[in-house]
Design a protein around this ligand. Structure first.
Ligand SMILES: [Zn+2]
Length: 308
């Protein structure tokens, strides 16, 4: 199984266009030790030929151009991108679908709730339904495994299990729609296995870890929520009144943070993804960065890849 990280930052990217937090300001001033990152995007493939995107980032067009494996290979219109697997209806996870609107057939895996939010309430996404076939929506459910397949039915030798994660629907979903939807399908994690038994887990939003620990112990690659360093990070920079936990992200530091709670998870290669621009771990000269690296974690970067 091939895994590529096309974007390693949380929503807004790093630096974020309207942000003058310590990280973003120092990056622009040229005195920041650390890399820019685009908004969260991962791609997986069993054979390196057909690829599935895990979510569709607002930066997807640039990310595809930066990734030769995802370029057209033959004819005037072609793509190795066979489909997209959505973990939520958040703008940061679905806006990139609109980059894929040029009459190209591809499959979209989503829970029925996420599909309804996008196709019934947001008419922009009708741009994906001008051709037959174009976007082929396929329902998924937490705990029900599927083998990702292209719109034409070419099946990848992968087994994907959506994992139920506590979380809410995005702010833009109307109260009426929200009331009509089951609240157990708002946010997913993904466990993806190949036929040789290698397993990666992708959890860009991880409000807690306890119930996932047995899975984490058994996997080979853990791409975990690295959004915030502290629970009050957004409050501290004055960006929001909400805590990290209140918006579905377990902070990395602290007694109950992910670094401490996942210290005993030794088998997988552990990597923080979905890193918010305010997070001090982005600064390679910071104590936070050193703490994460000394604990055996890696920081996802745009363009990172591995083969499991
Ligand atoms: Zn910032």
């Amino acid at each position: 199984m091939y895994v590529k990280i096309l974007g390693a930052a949380a929503g807004g990217g790093f630096p974020q266009w309207n942000c003058a937090c310590d990280n973003c300001a120092r990056f622009r001033a040229g005195n920041f030790r650390g890399k820019a990152r685009t908004q969260s995007q991962v791609a997986v493939s069993s054979d390196g030929r057909l690829w599935f995107l895990l979510n569709a980032s607002p930066d997807l067009r640039v990310q595809i151009e930066a990734t030769p494996e995802l370029h057209p290979r033959r004819g005037l219109r072609d793509t190795p991108i066979a489909g997209v697997i959505l973990t939520s209806a958040e703008v940061d996870h679905v806006a990139g679908l609109l980059h894929l609107r040029e009459f190209q057939p591809f499959r979209i895996y989503a829970t029925p709730s996420v599909r309804e939010i996008l196709t019934r309430d947001n008419s922009l996404f009708k741009m994906l339904e001008r051709n037959t076939p174009q976007a082929v929506w396929t329902d998924i459910q937490p705990g029900c495994c599927f083998a990702p397949a292209s719109a034409e039915g070419k099946v990848q030798e992968l087994r994907c299990e959506p994992i139920r994660v506590a979380g809410d629907f995005p702010h833009y979903v109307s109260p009426e729609r929200r009331a009509a939807l089951p609240d157990d399908a708002a946010v997913l994690g993904l466990a993806i296995n190949n036929t040789q038994g290698a397993c990666m887990i992708y959890m860009p939003g991880m409000p807690q870890v306890k119930e996932f620990l047995p899975r984490f112990h058994d996997c080979d690659l853990l791409l975990a929520d690295g959004t915030f360093w502290t629970d009050d990070e957004l409050q501290r920079v004055g960006a929001s009144s909400k805590t990290a936990r209140e918006i579905g992200h377990l902070p990395i530091s602290g007694k109950d943070g992910s670094l401490s709670q996942l210290a005993e998870v030794r088998r997988p290669r552990k990597m923080f993804v979905h890193i918010n621009n305010t997070n001090p771990i982005l600064d390679e000269g910071s104590e936070a960065h050193a703490a994460v690296r000394n604990a055996g974690w890696e920081l996802a970067e745009d363009g990172w890849e591995c083969r499991l």
